[in-house]
Design a protein around this ligand. Structure first.
Ligand code: ADP
Length: 297
């Protein structure tokens, strides 16, 4: 099973990409759907929201009045944080349940609008970012979703900037404005991502097989993402070599390396199963000994 974090600014095209991936066989876990579920009428989540924000955020039928709540939280970052503190842990718990229920060979795509903002990106083996610039996203929200322009701008401003999101991307899927009369390039891009990266990554994880060494050279951004992921999994990590593939790193303990896309590669050694990002990680202590023995032989 491979978990993929899918994100993008509001209006970038996450739902569009989710649909394409689902069509190819991915299992979709949609954070927006989960966020609704956990505050549905009769849930402890809804009770907590009412306790925090008052009954003014309830509609006449007792369900959450989302536009009313939205007006409160998008106008004030502190109120937004209070809402997130209620909803995020409930969503995370539900997500763990769905993950546990997925098939052994599933590619589970988690559509998470605030993946970067919440600092959760390094916890995923792979992060895919759907990318469209803020002006185009605003246009889509207004023209295609009927949102008020000021509201659209406020929502865009409440999220991470494009640069920050791009920096978190293992895969960047550009989704600029479709040109009338021209074929939409997005389906082919997504199909290629599925075939060349997601399927082999998943198969490698399941088989305990490290990914191949990719062509070209790693960038500084590749190295930063690898380090962040290893730190998320193992607490601490040190990059020893980042000028060519495979990157080499050292961690104090195995930690949760398996949960971020690593497989065993010999005593005290792990390697990424990602076919787009080769990394070899030695676990301190265990591996220091193994490496010395190897070095003297
Ligand atoms: P998100 O889930 O990231 O908020 P959506 O996939 O819902 O974004 O897309 C936002 C809106 O923009 C939708 O109405 C969608 O049909 C439209 N859209 C998506 N991609 C494009 C594109 N390349 N050009 C024009 N409109 C697009």
């Amino acid at each position: 099973m491979l978990r993929v974090g899918l994100t993008g600014g509001i209006g970038a095209g996450k739902s569009t990409v989710s649909r394409l991936l689902t069509g190819l066989g991915a299992v979709l876990v949609d954070a927006d759907v989960l966020a609704r579920e956990v505050v549905a009428p009769g849930t402890p989540g809804l009770a907590a929201v009412v306790a925090e924000f008052g009954s003014g955020v309830l509609a006449a039928d007792g369900a959450l009045d989302r536009p009313a709540l939205g007006r409160v939280v998008f106008a004030d970052p502190r109120r937004r944080a209070a809402l997130n503190a209620i909803v995020h842990p409930l969503v995370a718990a539900r997500r763990r349940e769905l993950r546990a229920a997925a098939a052994e060979d599933a590619v589970v795509v988690e559509d998470v609008p605030l993946l970067v903002e919440t600092g959760a990106a390094p916890g995923y083996p792979l992060v895919v970012v759907v990318d469209a610039d803020a002006a185009e996203r605003e246009r889509r929200l207004v023209a295609e979703r009927g949102m008020d322009p000021a509201d659209a701008r406020a929502r865009i401003a409440a999220q991470a900037g494009d640069g920050e999101r791009r920096a978190a991307a293992d895969v960047l899927l550009p989704n600029p404005r479709r040109e009338p009369g021209r074929p939409d390039p997005l389906p082919a891009l997504v199909e290629r991502l599925w075939r060349e990266r997601l399927l082999p990554f998943e198969a490698g994880l399941r088989a305990g097989r490290p990914g191949p060494v990719p062509d070209g050279e790693p960038t500084a951004a590749d190295a930063r993402r690898v380090l962040a992921r290893l730190e998320a999994a193992a607490g601490r990590a040190r990059l020893e070599q980042a000028a060519s593939w495979p990157l080499r790193a050292r961690v104090p303990a195995e930690g949760g390396l398996a949960s971020v896309g690593y497989v065993g590669a010999g005593p005290g050694r792990f390697a990424s199963a990602d076919p787009g990002c080769a990394v070899v990680v030695d676990v301190e202590g265990e591996v220091a000994g193994a490496a010395r023995v190897g070095g003297r032989a």
